[in-house]
Design a protein around this ligand. Structure first.
Ligand code: ACM
Ligand code: ZN
Length: 542
């Protein structure tokens, strides 16, 4: 009896240990560990075999090896090479795109992808099999993997307006996306507290709109103001560099230009964008000394929702936004362009003669329909450039723009309503994937509020049960948002996203029936070691 249960325990432990060695995150569709164990050793003599079409992946592997293990591999086109990692792209029968297979055997490592993107995903799985400590003899367990993603949209967002993050950090963030097989980066570039992208036609957006005179200290409404001028922006050259960096990692960047709300920074630069250009920005509690002395419109120093938004009555507003979007579209190859749409108070529109005249002229019922008019007018312009708009779920108010994709953040209702109307949706509910929320009930640092522990993220199901049959296909996927009101530094941003990003990657990639919290936790043991190797900061409950 004792012997039997001991044996069972030993078998269980062995299973856990071997799984821990092959705990690829996100968990693949199929993973078969060789019976009897064994490992292939990548060493300095190992070659990468790849054709011309896969040189991007060769560059990525070598970049990774060099950075974390201190050496690179020679590459060759000789398919007969032994002691090699073979990369191949081509149709794979019976495997959904972008699917790949990864085989680690005594004879070598073979990654076969249905496309070059799929090969890249295979490489990410291989990376998950490498040791979590530095070394030049990298043992990779014999394993066979068959894999493809569950959702087409697997994303993360970063707010660079409330706090600004340098290009180097944005690149590291993109690296982390790639390492988790994610394929979209949503760059929140404008908001009340700063305009972060150079627009040639309107230099004031960055000379004036990118800087504020101070920032409140601590949790809203603050305990004071740091009275320190703060800001920054990305030049067009930097934006191009980041787009290219992401593209090499098969990641599309979706830029967000907020409208009609969250527009204080633009209005501070060009007051004529407001319904009331002469109206001074109200001075909040804990405003900086400099801003208290200043007249006119100001870039905000505190958080929240502000009533001074783009005037919907004046054509000059639309001409400005069209010019801005033209420059944005010229920079970003993304099919989808995010136009915000959330949290636009209607106080000004209700009393603005131009806005009221617009309502009358267009036969609109109220200010909600005016918001809808605003979005649809912008949508027409963006569509004419061959692009599609995405907006936060408020764009449903007063009627949805014809081709718009909806990002459902106030729960899932917006996403469900949009999918019912045959609109594509991306789920980003505050309940599960707002990574500015706390991960522990203990006070670790100032956060926005809300409690979203790892297990809650892991439990998230992007396709709502209430969705009628046949509408599931409208859910493109999901994304986590990182709002940065309380995130000034890179290390805090990483603390907020790790380890939750690893959980999200499994929500988005792994087949629903394969998702398993216990298995994920076992795989996380090595993933935490890998975070150390990657030199990222993370939260870990003791
Ligand atoms: C949002 O969190 N206001 C989209
Ligand atoms: Zn107006």
């Amino acid at each position: 009896m004792f012997k039997k249960s001991f044996l069972a325990l030993a078998v269980l432990l062995l299973a856990i240990i071997s799984h821990a060695q092959v705990g690829i995150i996100p968990q693949p569709v199929e993973t078969t560990v060789a019976t009897g164990g064994g490992a292939f050793r990548i060493n300095r003599q190992t070659k990468i075999v790849a054709g011309k079409d896969l040189q991007n992946s060769v560059k990525f592997i070598n970049g990774y090896l060099k950075k974390f293990y201190g050496f690179e591999l020679a590459s060759t086109k000789n398919a007969k090479a032994t002691n090699a990692v073979h990369l191949r792209a081509g149709k794979i029968a019976g495997l959904a795109k972008p699917g790949y297979t990864l085989d680690v055997k005594k004879t070598g490592i073979v990654i076969q992808g249905s496309t070059d993107t799929a090969v890249f995903y295979g490489i990410q799985s291989l990376i998950q099999l490498l040791p979590t400590v530095k070394g030049t003899d990298l043992s990779v367990p014999y394993v066979s993997v068959k894999d493809y993603p569950r959702f087409a949209y697997r994303g993360m967002h970063l707010d660079v307006a409330r706090n600004f993050f340098p290009v180097s950090f944005v690149k590291k963030y993109i690296d982390n996306l790639a390492l988790h097989k994610m394929n979209y980066f949503h760059w929140h570039l404008t908001d009340d507290q700063g305009w972060r992208i150079e627009i040639s036609k309107y230099p004031g957006l960055t000379t004036a709109g990118a800087f504020r005179d101070g920032t409140i200290i601590g949790h809203y409404p603050g305990t004071g103001n740091d009275n320190t001028r703060y800001g920054g922006f990305y030049t067009k050259q930097e934006v191009k560099e980041v787009i290219a960096y992401a593209a090499e990692r098969y990641i599309t960047i979706i830029p967000e230009i907020e409208l009609p709300g969250h527009s204080s920074a633009a209005i501070a630069a060009y007051p004529w964008l407001s319904c009331f250009p002469a109206k001074e920005t109200s001075i909040p509690k804990n405003a900086s000394e400099a801003s208290q002395l200043k007249k006119g419109k100001k870039v905000q120093e505190t958080w929240g929702v502000f009533e001074d938004i783009y005037c919907a009555g004046k054509d000059s507003t639309f001409l400005f936004l069209q010019d801005v979007l033209d420059e944005v579209v010229a920079l970003f190859p993304s099919k989808m362009i995010h136009i915000g749409g959330d949290e636009a108070p209607k106080d000004h529109w209700k009393i603005c003669p131009s806005c009221q005249a617009r309502i009358k002229k267009e036969g609109l019922k109220d200010e909600h329909q005016l918001q809808s008019y605003f979005i649809q007018r912008i949508e027409k312009h963006v569509n004419a450039k061959g692009r599609t708009i995405i907006g936060w779920d408020e764009i449903l108010e007063g009627g949805l723009a014809p081709n718009a994709v909806v990002m459902s953040w106030r729960g899932e209702k917006g996403g469900i309503d949009a999918a019912k109307e045959n609109h594509f949706v991306i789920m980003t509910p505050g309940s599960h994937v707002y990574f500015d929320h706390a991960q522990t009930r203990d006070k670790d640092s100032v956060t926005f509020g809300g409690y979203t522990p790892l297990e809650k993220v892991y439990s998230y199901e992007p396709v709502p049960a209430e969705l009628p049959a046949g509408k599931e296909e409208y859910v493109l996927g999901a994304q986590a948002n990182l709002w940065s009101e309380y995130i000034r530094y890179d290390s805090k941003a990483e603390f907020q996203i790790f380890p939750r990003m690893s959980a999200l990657s499994e929500v988005l990639w792994t087949p629903k029936e394969k998702r398993n919290w216990e298995k994920f936790q076992a795989a996380m043991i090595r993933q935490f070691q890998r975070y150390d190797l990657w030199d990222v900061n993370y939260f870990h409950e003791k």
